[in-house]
Design a protein around this ligand. Structure first.
Ligand code: CS2
Length: 492
């Protein structure tokens, strides 16, 4: 059996593999991160590694995984070490990251997870759990009492299972023991993510103990942040390549693109690592950066994921080799950019060009099906809000209507060749119920637009918009997705 990556293996890393430029065990933990998935390992953990190398400090990361035990089982025997393979046009670069100390699987040991959150050394709690895990009703800025984790945690707040419940219980314990609170740093692709999580945490706390909510409102910082790095789900190939690079087995390796960006509001009551050492940018207001990224990168991603997946493209890089689809990618980037306010120091045309290149990266196997997941959680900030903006301002709404039609086509759950696939959306049952009784494209548009809380009323009630979505969906259904893409590219 091959040896496993661990602290002893660091001294024997092959030339060309970059290891931590510090001794991980010399640094204590200061961050608790909830959701130790591939994205966290390829992004925040890398910035923290750079900060530790540059400025030192007790800023290592203790991880909490909410449900799965797999990542704790992979990382703990490796002393928290794992490899990031950066795949660029000019070959791969392997880097072993030392910033994670240990991972607790909350589903196995909630006491240990809460102890991390309550520990005085914990000054920041950062989060990547994907949009759907929060259970926050974004329009009402409060928790969704029907969300499984929220419902469970409101019923037994001392034994939480979800991210909001855990944060509130961690803060409650700190307050009870006279320990200063931590700052909460949401790193998911949500608009004004700090404010959103703050609203969810405050509402949850209010339902448990009003004075706790008041204390949190006064004392806890929730800086917003924009995170960016395209990170496909690791595969067996990721692990096999890693072993070839580093010479030992690494069960927690990730692969990602060379590009990385992190824009953060500098509001950390208990201090923070020198993340600028890894290239992080600190600003007063992240919102315009977040909006730009959500509408341009993520919005275009969603468009190309639905259209690409249904027309037989497994990977984003294949989409970018399809001439008609590439035209639609460019069109979407332009339409999204047109909905944005100018942002000092950023040329949106250059940003769009950089995105075209990143999507085209031939070394990254990013599945369209991965991006297509959780559409109801993603469409509002990526597509529907900019669509409404475009509608109100007399701008081109067609690119957004095309994306919505492609998502609706996807909601039918059958590819053009008749094979079924699972939607992988938290509202999958409601979507099925809405579409299965419909015969006409316009009926599908109407039924899906009426899903509670999804479409802005002004958009769902606009005849021109609905007409356009129905017309495009008709082509997708009566002919097929390939024909609809060709017709659309023709239309340009
Ligand atoms: C993607 C994002 O899966 C998705 O929905 O759009 O994960 C995207 O790759 C990242 O936000 C890039 O930073």
């Amino acid at each position: 059996m091959s040896r496993r990556l661990d602290r002893n293996a660091l001294t024997g890393l092959p030339p060309g593999v970059i290891g931590p430029a510090y001794t991980p065990a010399d640094h204590g933990a200061g961050i608790v991160h909830i959701g130790v998935g591939a994205f966290h390992r390829a992004h925040q953990a890398v910035y923290t590694d750079a900060a530790l190398a540059s400025e030192g400090g007790d800023w290592r990361i203790d991880g909490i995984s909410l449900r799965s035990t797999a990542i704790a089982d992979a990382l703990n025997p490796q002393d928290g070490l794992f490899t990031v393979i950066e795949r660029g046009g000019d070959g791969d670069l392997a880097r072993v990251i030392g910033s994670i100390r240990h991972v607790v699987a909350a589903s196995q040991d909630i006491g240990a997870a809460l102890a991390l959150l309550a520990a005085p050394r914990t000054r920041i709690v950062s989060i990547t759990v994907t949009e759907k895990a929060y259970g926050i009703d974004r329009a009402q800025a409060q928790v969704e009492p029907g969300h499984p984790a929220i419902a469970n945690d409101l019923a037994s707040p001392l034994k939480p299972t979800g991210v909001i419940g855990m944060i509130v219980e961690g803060l409650r314990q700190r307050r009870e023991r006279g320990i200063a609170p931590f700052s909460v740093l949401c790193c998911d692709n949500l608009p004004e993510n700090g404010g959103l999580v703050r609203a969810g945490v405050l509402d949850f706390a209010r339902r448990v103990d009003a004075s706790l909510a008041e204390w949190i409102g006064e004392k806890v910082a929730f800086p917003s942040t924009m995170v960016d790095r395209i990170t496909p789900a690791p595969t067996a190939e990721t692990l096999a390549d890693t072993e070839r690079f580093i010479g030992v087995v690494d069960k927690a390796a990730v692969e990602t693109e060379p590009f990385s960006q992190w824009v953060i509001e500098d509001r950390f009551a208990g201090g923070r690592p020198a993340w600028e050492a890894g290239g992080a940018i600190f600003v007063r207001d992240v919102a315009p950066y977040e909006t730009m990224k959500l509408r341009m990168l993520n919005g275009t991603h969603s468009m190309l994921a639905y259209a690409g997946f249904l027309s037989g493209h497994r990977y984003v890089r294949e989409v970018m080799r399809d001439a008609a689809l590439t035209r639609l990618v460019r069109r979407h980037l332009g339409a999204a950019a047109a909905t944005l306010e100018p942002l000092a120091g950023i040329d949106l045309a250059e940003y769009a060009e950089a995105l075209m290149n990143r999507f085209s990266n031939p070394a990254i196997a990013h599945e369209t099906y991965q991006i297509a997941m959780d559409g109801t959680e993603k469409l509002p900030q990526r597509i529907l809000t900019p669509a409404l903006h475009a509608l109100r301002n007399g701008q081109d709404i067609r690119p957004f209507a095309f994306t919505v039609a492609a998502w609706m086509r996807y909601c039918i759950g059958k590819a053009d060749d008749g094979t079924s696939f699972s939607l992988r959306d938290p509202r999958e049952d409601a979507i099925h119920a809405a579409v299965q009784v419909q015969r006409e494209p316009s009926g599908i548009v109407h039924a899906l637009s009426a899903l509670p809380g999804l479409f802005p009323a002004e958009l769902a009630g606009n005849e021109h918009w609905n007409g356009l979505v129905s017309e495009i969906l008709t082509t997708m259904l009566e002919r097929n997705m390939v024909a609809a893409i060709a017709a659309e590219a023709e239309y340009l």
